[in-house]
Design a protein around this ligand. Structure first.
Ligand code: UN1
Length: 478
């Protein structure tokens, strides 16, 4: 059954812009949604609604704002199976992972519902006698939120919940590849009693994103997506001194040391490289393996990769779903071809599997005998493709781990405290995972990277207050 989705502007569901269709990536005959592609017209309307709603929303008590978020979170949790199934159908994420993602989104709203009350200030004595200083955190205004298809409900949640908790209003521009869950989020926000104009949603592609980033009444933009689009958002926002926060790609290293527990190392690599079909900016796409364990590890991992069942995201037997789109699939296929051409050894996958229905499927793929400079190890693929790099020991592992322009997440599997501590100190990333996959993060702690991966203050947890509030320093003489 095909469903029509709408923009949500100033408390009303409206259409605007050309229509496009979205199909189920697990079954291309299943037409999922008709989506309007908004333009600057819808963005202008949404931003003016958000601007008009800001004074009253910031004047609400934190408890009132928190209650609204709590109701959104509770509704998401109550409907996690239904919305998870919807997410699996439109995005291709395995149903079990999709339900987990909706749960995460619900928890994020509930967490920030409570954070609304915890907007700390500070009081200090002045250097001058009789003078006291107060430091307040205030809401900023209208935030533009540009979100990708790969976490189509968790990322909108972790951007909009803190923005709203601290008294800002928002315009969300989600990806048109995952319209149903975004539209459902708008319905839930509406039913939760969030006043009109506080939360707005405009579907669109680059034209809508650029209009949002460049809008003079948008005080800040939080963006998750590609490096190229992120660079454009940065230029548009910095030109008018708006706030900007960018989360872009990763080429995340997972180091396997010779002392690692083999079974655990294989589990961690399998999850990090292939879950969500490798479509995570935190995916473990480079497996950096110490020479002494290399051959055993590669043999064990290859066997597991070859056994992974590729299939419909909603089939309980499937372990790897499809890629989200034809374009994404073609990008992975091109990376596989480039890997072969560069002389890497293909030990698993690399082909389109036979499936019951036509979809954007690719077998989980593993390359060995790769070198750090190969395109396979430099460019983000965003598909079920990982490569193994052999290293002599920890020195070389750290050097290789740092040898890309990215710096999001890095993992190490080892039982040596000394190796782990040194890795943590020397790896140039924002998040370090010890005996865990590079992907899979909690919502109550900072998220973000360094170098080419991220720009601006961290997302999530207590760190979100930095981006979504501004400070005011008041000097008081009694
Ligand atoms: C996770 O690994 O749990 O787009 C989250 C992404 C990241 C989120 C990763 N911003 O893949």
């Amino acid at each position: 059954m095909i469903r029509e989705v709408h923009h949500y502007i100033d408390g009303a569901f409206v259409t605007g812009g050309a229509w496009a269709e979205r199909e189920n990536p697990s079954d291309l005959h299943d037409r999922v949604a008709r989506v309007p592609h908004g333009t600057s017209v819808e963005i202008d309307a949404a931003v003016s609604a958000a601007r008009a709603a800001f004074p009253a929303w910031r004047a609400r008590t934190p408890e009132e704002r928190g209650d609204c978020l709590d109701r959104v979170g509770t509704a998401l949790l109550a409907r996690r199976e239904e919305i998870g199934d919807m997410l699996a159908r439109e995005e291709g994420k395995l149903r079990s992972e999709a339900i987990g993602e909706v749960t995460r989104a619900g928890r994020v709203f509930r967490y920030f519902g409570a954070e609304a009350l915890r907007r700390h200030g500070q009081t200090l004595d002045s250097v001058r006698p009789g003078v006291e200083i107060e430091v307040h955190r205030e809401p900023v205004g209208v935030f533009g939120l540009i979100t990708p298809w790969n976490f189509p409900i968790a990322i909108p949640a972790w951007k909009s919940a803190p923005a709203l908790a601290f008294g800002n209003t928002v315009v969300l521009k989600p990806s048109t590849l995952s319209p149903l869950v975004a539209a459902t989020l708008a319905e839930i926000v509406d039913a939760a009693g969030v006043p009109a104009g506080v939360f707005n949603l405009v579907f669109g592609e680059a034209a809508a994103g650029s209009a949002l980033a460049a809008h003079p009444d948008v005080s800040g933009v939080s963006f998750t997506g590609s490096q190229a689009a992120g660079a454009a958002v940065a230029l548009a926002t910095l030109a008018r001194q708006a706030r900007v926060q960018l989360e872009m790609g990763g080429k995340n290293p997972l180091v396997i040391m010779a002392d690692a527990d083999l079974e655990r190392a294989v589990e961690v690599a399998l999850d990090g490289a292939y879950y969500s079909c490798g479509q995570r900016c935190t995916a473990s796409s480079r497996l950096i393996v110490e020479d002494a364990i290399h051959d055993t590890f590669v043999a064990a991992l290859t066997q597991r990769v070859a056994q992974l069942a590729v299939g419909d995201a909603r089939d309980p037997g499937a372990q790897i779903g499809p890629q989200v789109s034809q374009a994404q699939l073609e990008r992975s296929i091109a990376a596989v071809e480039a890997g072969r051409a560069a002389g890497a050894r293909l030990v698993a996958g690399g082909r389109r599997p036979r499936t019951a229905r036509p979809g954007h499927y690719l077998e989980p793929t593993l390359f060995t005998e790769t070198t750090p400079g190969m395109p396979l190890n430099q460019q983000e693929i965003f598909g079920p493709v990982a490569s193994v790099i052999r290293v002599a020991g920890l020195d070389e592992a750290i050097e290789v781990a740092n040898a890309t322009p990215f710096g999001l997440s890095a993992g190490i599997v080892s039982q040596s405290l000394a190796a782990v501590r040194r890795f943590r100190r020397e790896v140039r990333v924002g998040m370090v995972m010890v005996n865990l996959p590079t992907a899979g993060v909690d919502y109550h702690v900072p998220f973000g990277g360094t170098r080419g991966s991220s720009y601006g203050p961290r997302e999530q947890g207590g760190a979100a207050v930095e981006f979504y509030t501004q400070m005011k320093t008041t000097y008081v003489r009694a």
